[in-house]
Design a protein around this ligand. Structure first.
Ligand SMILES: NC(=O)C1=CN([C@@H]2O[C@H](COP(=O)(O)OP(=O)(O)OC[C@H]3O[C@@H](n4cnc5c(N)ncnc54)[C@H](O)[C@@H]3O)[C@@H](O)[C@H]2O)C=CC1
Ligand SMILES: O=C(O)[C@@H]1CCC=N1
Length: 273
């Protein structure tokens, strides 16, 4: 992909995942810069990734062709306002926001009529196994759209949405999803320990089962998930008992409620921040 100069405003967890994934993909490290007031996070960037860092967002934006907005939603407006107040010339620059709950119109209300690609990645981007949803504002040119798509494709899979509101569905289905799987795995690990395994054994049992199951899904695109489940479930056997218990406890409904809550929170944040 084209090696444009990319500045990350905010060098936290998600920026680290994206930067790590981009470097793995061979992105030129001299084209990456991270701006963050935290000494600790800047030195992580220098030590872990050997990329340049800044404390001055306005200077970092001035240097870049592409600006990835990667601060918490609560402070996004103030951070953008400060960049504008410093008098930075934003002409020709592409903005890529990864923030949950910050609409394109909110950003453009501060930054002006700049091209904005609103995205929702997830942390497995670090391993180039990310999943990102993207939405382009009308100001985004075809070449900027291609660049933003390539940027996220360098760290995983991508899906474009035509309706910005669908980004909140992306948050529910993939942005927040690693936490759901970790939560499920934590509960399994804890139970395995209670069944007498060492913590190391319990983690291995759970992580290898999760990895193998995910690979079975990926490598069998023609098999639906219910068939994969049924293939494990012997009639009158052990899995059937576990699945019956999950169903009796309303697992599908719990998942639906949790995903709906995530999406609704995204929409609510758009009104708050
Ligand atoms: N963590 C995740 O799984 C995902 C997070 N996101 C979004 O990514 C954004 C960042 O989230 P995280 O990386 O999890 O948060 P984080 O707290 O790890 O990172 C935020 C960073 O912003 C820095 N920061 C604070 N004030 C700043 C300022 N004035 N200028 C520049 N940097 C400043 C902080 O020092 C910190 O390093 C959020 O908007 C979130 O919605 C999106 C998808 C997934
Ligand atoms: O929890 C959050 O708000 C962010 C967005 C998706 C994952 N983490």
């Amino acid at each position: 992909m084209e090696q444009k100069k990319i500045t990350f405003i905010g060098a936290g967890n998600m920026a680290s995942s994206l930067i790590g994934g981009l470097l793995q993909d061979g992105y030129d490290k001299t084209c990456l810069l991270a701006s963050d007031p935290s000494d600790e996070n800047r030195s992580k960037m220098q030590q872990q990734f050997a990329i340049g860092t800044q404390t001055n967002n306005a200077e970092a934006v001035t240097w870049a062709d592409v600006i990835v907005l990667a601060v918490k939603p609560q402070i996004m407006a103030a951070v953008c306002q400060d960049i504008v107040d410093q008098g930075v010339d934003l002409a020709g620059k592409l903005f890529v926001s990864i923030a949950a709950g910050i609409s394109v119109s909110r950003l453009q209300g501060i930054l002006g009529n700049v091209p904005v690609v609103r995205t929702m990645p997830n942390t497995p981007a670090l391993l180039q196994l990310g999943m990102t949803g993207l939405f382009a504002s009308t100001q985004v040119s075809d070449s900027d759209k291609t660049f933003a798509g390539d940027l996220m494709a360098a760290v995983g899979k991508t899906v474009w949405v035509e309706d910005e509101a669908q980004i909140n569905g992306i948050i529910a289905a993939s942005g927040s999803a690693p936490a759901y799987f970790f939560l499920f795995m934590e509960a399994m690990e804890q139970t395995a320990i209670e069944m007498g395994f060492t913590p190391e054994q319990a983690r291995l049992l759970v992580q290898q089962s999760a990895l193998g199951s995910a690979q079975m899904v990926v490598q069998n695109p023609d098999l639906d998930l219910a068939t994969l489940r049924t293939n494990v479930t012997s009639k009158g056997g052990t899995t059937a008992e576990a699945v019956r218990t999950f169903n009796e406890q309303g697992l599908a409904d719990t998942v639906k409620q949790a995903m709906t809550a995530a999406a609704e929170r995204g929409a609510q944040m758009e009104q708050l921040f």
